[in-house]
Design a protein around this ligand. Structure first.
Ligand code: NDP
Ligand code: HSE
Length: 436
């Protein structure tokens, strides 16, 4: 029986998870695939770093080139992270015609076209299942299982760290700094956690999903990105009272069909109805809701981060890479096929939704009238207003929910409201999603 030797660059949270998962299930995979799989070498930065699972010293090296360039290594897995050396590693392996597997969404988002080009030129594949939504097989689903569909909407909770933080903020009424430290201990957070909390990790994943689903490499500068730093207990509790839960969402919404398709691509914390299934996706779990024009609504749920769930996605890529080698062909549904070059990203200001606005205002006569007059002048209809009764506070929260309107109109009105002398803090704006 043929044996595939695997070289792994990175043996941290995900890398050691992959090593351990293959130790556990390689016999099962051999039975299913008819090929032996062995992790022959693992490159790390330092041998004595603590790892969630042990990797034997006999396979470890600190020289990644000795892994990638070894002719006995057939498949290379990049699990070091970042977009610098990781890119060099991936390109070096692809140029040798070796299939490459990565969990690195920052790298795919930043350098996708160049990397997929290099794979095609060298007659091999670059696999990236673990880059989006951890253990959920969403890449294979969109790329292969739903290949016969146009993608009308993709909504996802795609960042485990933020979902873990928002869940605990809601359940324990705690602020997020302390909870972030726990997410780091559990191996969910990125090496640079601002990637998680400021929405950029979710943007990388949403960027990948949007490009895959819509057949053009999305210009990521056009993606609206907001993270969860500005979400406070006040917002969580008001959202709850109004019948909503706050979740960080990646959104890919086709706005118009035909020759000049526009796609809304955004990442932001949104209020979603408490009874919607995504409102009940908690902790590190992710869920991606995909509406295809043929299949209708589908939903994918699972752990979005962590060593074992992510390892499962990498194992699936290992199976594909090994099959390429055994079958002597890299032919698959292309990783990113450009078929819709006329599609463009919708300008953020053109998106239409309901909005939640929290202001900190002076509690005195006429303030509400001045605020609502600005909404009226901008033809924005208010659906509800809440001002909780507060004793002896100089400023009070004023929560306003609007009916659906264009984001540009709302932003214009909000800029004027923010300049009112009675408005004492930077307004908080959150969108409301009903998934219609
Ligand atoms: P870790 O920081 O835990 O692991 C990084 C690994 O890379 C470490 O083993 C480190 O070595 C190694 N490394 C760093 N520099 C070098 C170098 N110059 N040469 C060789 N090895 C090097 O990160 P994660 O495992 O959490 O993440 C890895 C990738 O997976 C990232 O792209 C991340 O975005 C992605 N990902 C992570 C998920 C998660 O839940 N953590 C989920 C999905 C994707 P040493 O051990 O000696 O420090
Ligand atoms: N930091 C990422 C998250 C890891 O929390 O979702 C999984 O991609």
């Amino acid at each position: 029986m043929e044996q595939i030797n695997i070289g792994m660059i990175g043996g941290g949270t995900v890398g050691s998870g992959v090593f351990r998962a293959l130790e556990k299930n390689s016999a099962l995979m051999t039975a299913r695939l008819g090929v032996k799989l062995r992790i022959a070498k693992v490159a790390v930065k330092a041998f004595d770093e603590p790892r969630p699972y042990k990797i034997p010293a006999s396979v470890m090296t600190t020289d990644w080139t000795s892994v990638v360039n070894d002719p006995d290594i057939h498949v290379v897995i990049e699990l070091m992270g970042g977009t610098g050396l990781a890119k060099t590693v991936v390109l070096a392996a692809l140029k040798l015609g070796k299939p490459v597997i990565t969990a690195n969404k920052a790298l795919i988002s930043e350098c996708g076209p160049e990397l997929f080009d290099a794979a095609a030129k060298n007659n091999t594949n670059l696999y990236y299942e673990a880059s989006v939504a951890g253990g959920i097989p969403i890449i294979k689903t969109v790329r292969e299982a739903l290949v016969g569909n146009r993608f009308v909407q993709i909504y996802g909770i795609v960042n485990g760290t933020c979902n873990y933080i928002l869940t605990r903020m809601k359940n324990e009424r705690a602020e997020f700094a302390a909870i972030l430290a726990d997410a780091q201990k559990l191996g969910y957070a990125e090496a640079e956690p601002s990637l998680d909390v400021d929405g950029y990790d979710a943007m990388h994943k949403t960027h990948i999903l949007a490009s895959l689903a819509h057949g053009f490499w999305v210009d990521k500068k056009k993606i609206l990105v907001e993270g969860i730093r500005s979400i406070s207990q006040t917002d969580i509790q008001f959202a709850e009272k109004l019948g909503y839960t706050i979740k960080l969402l990646g959104i890919v919404k086709a706005a118009a069909e035909g020759k000049n398709e526009k796609v809304q691509i955004s990442v932001y914390p949104a209020l979603i109805p408490q009874q919607h299934v995504l409102a009940n996706v908690n902790d590190v779990f992710n869920a991606v809701f995909v509406r295809g024009d043929i299949v209708g609504d589908t939903l994918y749920y699972g752990r979005g981060a962590g060593k074992d769930a992510t390892a499962s996605a990498v194992l699936s890529d290992i199976a594909d890479a090994a099959t390429d080698i055994v079958n002597k062909t890299p032919r698959r549904v292309p990783a990113f096929a450009a078929y819709a070059k006329r599609a463009t990203v919708m300008a953020a200001g053109d998106a239409v939704s309901q909005f939640y606005i929290r202001l900190g205002v002076l509690d005195k006569p006429g303030v509400l009238a001045r605020v609502t007059a600005i909404f009226r002048d901008n033809k924005i209809s208010i659906s509800s207003v809440v001002q909780p009764e507060t004793q002896a506070a100089s400023t009070v929260p004023l929560i306003i929910m609007t009916h659906s309107c264009k984001e540009a109109a709302l932003q214009k009105a909000l800029a004027k409201i923010a300049r009112l002398p009675e408005v004492k803090a930077k307004p908080v704006l959150l969108r409301v999603e009903h998934f219609e």
